[in-house]
Design a protein around this ligand. Structure first.
Ligand SMILES: [Zn+2]
Length: 274
């Protein structure tokens, strides 16, 4: 049994603002260590539940944050960027997926650094008409490979969104967001125990946890921050302009739609450089 652990950073316990999560900022080294520790707790829980292979995919900004030398020696690590499946690279070879350190979607009130994929370029993402965040997008990609997302950890606003959109997925609140950059974290001892126990229970229950299935063709709609982003994204003929800041792409399935959308987003973002 194979488990993929996708680890982002905004939702790690103790993380409150950009100084904690951006390369070169004064708190970054502390929190990349804690990010690695939360990954380790998930790895330990997965092995406790009977996993044979656990792969950790670094999913935060640049995707080179998890410290290999401090990672559980039994786990494989995927680091670096670009990756075809991005935050869930490796999920096509997994039996269950675990999301650690995740955050609420862009535009959520009192949520730790809420954004979706790109805080600098995009206000909103929709998948087949439903507002989505990274958890929902990644769950749909996992779903194409028949893989359930069994466990998600982060702040309380993320947990509310998971419960509303991914029924059956277990959630763990490691902190309460009082503002975009203020958190009340639970005691670290509790967090350490609950991630390990929660992942172990969720992986053991994987066959009873629903897979997020998106049947057939899928459409991603993206509302950019600026009309120029949309203008540049529309260089690709398969990108449709909906309004000055909003575009849409459709793929034969959700993974193809994701690749088109992500490519269009990356192309659109090049206008920031010029
Ligand atoms: Zn992140």
């Amino acid at each position: 049994m194979r488990v993929l652990v996708s680890v982002d950073m905004e939702g790690i316990a103790g993380v409150s603002g950009p100084d904690d999560i951006l390369h070169g900022r004064y708190n970054y080294d502390r929190f990349r260590r804690l990010m690695t520790e939360e990954a380790n707790l998930a790895v330990a829980g997965a092995f406790q539940a009977g996993a044979d292979t656990v792969v950790v995919n670094d999913s935060h900004d640049g995707m080179r944050n998890v410290m290999y030398e401090h990672l559980d020696e039994r786990a494989e690590l995927i680091s670096g960027f670009n990756k075809q499946l991005c935050m869930v690279e490796g999920v096509d070879q997994a039996d269950a997926a675990v999301f650690i350190g995740y955050h609420a979607w862009a535009g959520t009130a009192q949520a730790t650094m809420d954004h979706t994929i790109s805080g600098g370029q995009i206000h909103n993402w929709w998948l087949n008409g439903e507002l989505v965040g990274e958890s929902q997008i990644n769950a749909a990609i996992a779903g194409q490979f028949g893989v359930p997302v069994v466990f998600v950890s982060g702040d309380d606003k993320l947990a509310q969104q998971i419960q509303a959109t991914l029924p059956g997925t277990r959630t763990l609140v490691v902190k309460y967001a009082l503002d975009g950059s203020v958190v009340r974290s639970r005691p670290l001892g509790e967090v350490r125990r609950l991630i390990r126990e929660g992942v172990a229970e969720a992986v053991a229950a994987r066959n009873a946890i629903p897979v997020k299935k998106v049947e057939g063709a899928a459409t991603f709609r993206m509302e950019f921050k600026r009309s120029t982003h949309a203008e540049v994204a529309c260089l690709l003929p398969m990108v449709q302009r909906i309004d000055p800041r909003t575009v849409e792409v459709t793929g034969r399935d959700v993974v193809e739609a994701w690749r088109l959308a992500f490519g269009a987003m990356r192309l659109g973002s090049t206008c920031d450089a010029g």
